[in-house]
Ligand binder design. Structure first.
Ligand SMILES: Cc1cc2nc3c(=O)[nH]c(=O)nc-3n(C[C@H](O)[C@H](O)[C@H](O)COP(=O)(O)O)c2cc1C
Length: 136
């Protein structure tokens, strides 16, 4: 992002897989297995597009939209994500916001470790590029 000229970024998805994230461990582990192909867009039909983890709840929401469901039905499906605030074992069954960057997430560090790593990588782009090439 710095190379593209940004002075800052909004970081969302990466923080889901940190020790401190207040979501259930099983959901964190499931997200580690997700690839960049495991997200989808929902809520476009009502002008509130969100990219989310492509789980059963997201697919249900998308099906509702395709079947011309009314606004309350779509919103009820979406709001399932709020139940239990993702801290319970079954929370992955709700809709979870998630960017395509999830495909680059392979561990669950502390927030401190994560930001130290991001800073290190930003300061040494050659080493970072080498590591990425090794991985892919
Ligand atoms: C857990 C989570 C919650 C989010 N909540 C909102 C939200 O309430 N409103 C919004 O506009 N975007 C929300 N987003 C989308 C972020 O704005 C989006 O992910 C952001 O562009 C950062 O990109 P990244 O997730 O690829 O890091 C959320 C994303 C995540 C992962």
């Amino acid at each position: 992002m710095l190379a593209l000229g940004a002075q800052g970024v909004i970081l969302g998805t990466r923080l889901l897989a940190t020790r401190e994230a207040p979501i259930h461990e099983k959901l964190k582990r499931a997200l580690l297995d997700a690839t960049e192909l495991d997200t989808m867009l929902i809520m476009r039909s009502i002008g509130a597009t969100h990219r989310v983890w492509a789980n059963a709840a997201a697919k249900r929401c998308s099906e509702l939209e395709a079947s011309q469901a009314n606004l309350p039905e779509i919103l009820t499906s979406w709001r399932e994500k709020r139940r239990g605030r993702c801290t319970r074992p079954g929370c992955g069954s709700g809709v979870i916001s998630c960017g395509q960057g999830i495909g680059l997430v392979h561990d669950i560090p502390t927030v401190k470790e994560l930001f130290e790593r991001i800073l290190r990588e930003a300061e040494d782009p050659e080493e970072t590029g080498r590591k990425l090439r090794e991985r892919f």
